[in-house]
Design a protein. Structure first.
Length: 123
């Protein structure tokens, strides 16, 4: 089964993206549907489908994604004011692209909690 998603095409430069960071292991580019003034996706070049697929071999790569976020925060001057970094997993987490990615959102104060309360009152 292929692990390829639209993000593989972005890594391979087969489709365009507004890339803000790249190294041998990771790529960061602006989200096509930004939810904050600064909204980038930080992805590993290795395709890992979900958080559930993080293992002993690839866990350092996931830490590297946070390192990239810290570098971008400094470069774009968000480190002091703060920002939100989040990774969605599967349906309830709101994941739509099955190649793990950190959403880095910055440039305004974030809300909490990050969901609409649709739970029914228990009788
Ligand atoms: P998630 O719902 O957590 O799986 O987030 C997927 C994000 O990917 C979503 O915010 C929109 C973004 N996205 C999907 N397709 C593309 C694309 O082709 N280009 C870019 N730049 N972003 C994309």
């Amino acid at each position: 089964m292929s692990n390829e998603t639209i993000f593989t095409k972005i890594i391979n430069k087969e489709i365009p993206a507004d890339i803000v960071y790249e190294d041998d292991h990771a790529l960061a580019f602006r989200d096509i549907n930004p939810q904050a003034p600064f909204h980038v996706l930080i992805i590993p070049k290795q395709a890992i489908a979900t958080i559930n697929d993080i293992n002993l071999e690839n866990r350092e790569l996931v830490g590297h994604l946070y390192y990239v976020a810290a570098q971008l925060a400094k470069e774009y001057q968000f480190a002091e004011n703060g920002y939100r970094v989040v990774m969605n997993c599967n349906n309830d987490g709101g994941q739509t692209v099955f190649h793990i990615h950190l959403h880095m959102l910055a440039g305004k104060a974030m809300g909490w909690p990050p969901y609409t309360n649709t739970l029914k009152q228990q009788d």
